[in-house]
Write a protein that binds this ligand. Structure first.
Ligand SMILES: C[S@@+](CC[C@H](N)C(=O)[O-])C[C@H]1O[C@@H](n2cnc3c(N)ncnc32)[C@H](O)[C@@H]1O
Ligand SMILES: [Zn+2]
Length: 309
């Protein structure tokens, strides 16, 4: 991808510290003309992470992902999460496809995509198989991961702006021509519902996210450590409650649409099924039929949510 033009970026970014829409370029840094804070631009990545304002969960996330990226095998796994067996590929592709359905009209209308919490960029690489955005702003809380996004998307068409930032202090300005997107990352924050509320209050008129979702069955399975397990970062994840997201949307004047389905984590599938490609495919199909039957009741462990003004 080609780099996004600086003029476009400057009109769509704001200072994450004082929230003023007054950033200016000065050599290889962005400077806030209101509070004077400097944001370094290194290897094409604008670094908007404020180290002095990171909470313990965010610090833990950065440490964990950077440690992951030092190991070539784990790095490869993060950048290509679907190359970890048929099951992972099936359910991850399915999840991205669900998000693509909500994002497609925005791409057709020529709007830009702002993707946050992208890790190594697997989500955007897969999304490009279903929907093409001409302009993408993408990043992660880790600058090392953000560099992987550039690497992963290098061969795609369009323009890409890379920025490292926290969901909680996102430097993207509210604009009718930008749609926000987060794929399986909001549950890595200390309070997922508060994070969603912040993104709506501060940054996006339209937001699409895919997140693991709680219901009575996932809560029951969690008692035997079959769902909501501790993440690689050591964090006990906070899955979304559709009921709570709907209440936030209503309170903040957003419309909401959601689709829910069942993914099946690798560790829940017996080894004798995974030994055979045909059995694995059949198993995936069975789970998908289950998802189709429960979808009208919004009953599933994964949701794609679309919120718009
Ligand atoms: C499970 S990974 C998903 C990555 C990517 N969306 C994908 O599908 O490959 C979660 C990502 O969220 C990022 N993350 C965690 N806390 C964050 C925060 N507060 N702000 C922004 N990103 C965060 C992590 O660095 C990690 O890359
Ligand atoms: Zn400022």
């Amino acid at each position: 991808m080609q780099p996004l033009d600086t003029a476009w970026l400057l009109t769509h970014l704001r200072c994450p510290q004082c929230e003023a829409p007054a950033l200016a370029v000065d050599a290889s840094v962005l400077v806030c003309r209101t509070c004077g804070r400097h944001y370094p631009v290194v290897a094409g990545i604008c670094n908007f992470v404020l180290p002095d304002q990171l909470g313990p969960t965010a610090q833990q996330e950065i440490r964990a992902i950077n440690c992951h990226l030092h190991d070539p095998v784990k790095r490869q796994h993060l950048m290509h999460r679907d190359q970890n067996g048929l099951l992972a590929a099936h359910f991850l592709r399915r999840s991205v496809r669900m998000a693509a359905r909500y994002l497609a009209p925005y791409a057709t209308a020529g709007q830009a995509l702002c993707a946050l919490g992208c890790g190594g960029g697997f989500d955007l690489l897969t999304l490009a198989q279903f929907v093409r955005f001409k302009r993408i702003v993408a990043g992660d809380i880790s600058t090392a991961a953000t560099a992987c996004i550039g690497e992963n998307l290098a061969a795609q068409d369009g323009r890409l702006g890379l920025l490292a930032c926290e969901f909680q202090r996102c430097p993207v300005r509210r604009s009718p021509d930008v749609v926000g997107f987060v794929f399986e990352a909001l549950h890595h924050t200390a309070d997922v519902h508060q994070t969603i509320e912040q993104l709506l209050a501060q940054n996006f008129d339209q937001l699409v996210f895919v997140e693991p979702t709680r219901n009575w069955l996932t809560d029951l399975l969690a008692k035997w450590s079959l769902t909501m397990n501790v993440e690689y970062s050591g964090l006990t994840p906070d899955w979304i409650h559709l009921r709570k997201v709907r209440a936030i949307a209503q309170r903040m004047g957003y419309h909401m649409a959601a689709t829910t389905w069942w993914p099946c984590p690798d560790n829940l599938v017996p080894r004798w099924i995974k030994c055979s490609t045909r059995l694995t495919r059949g198993f995936c199909r069975l789970v998908d039929i289950g998802s189709w039957l429960t979808a009208p009741f919004h009953f599933g462990a994964m949701s794609a949510v679309h919120l718009w003004k």
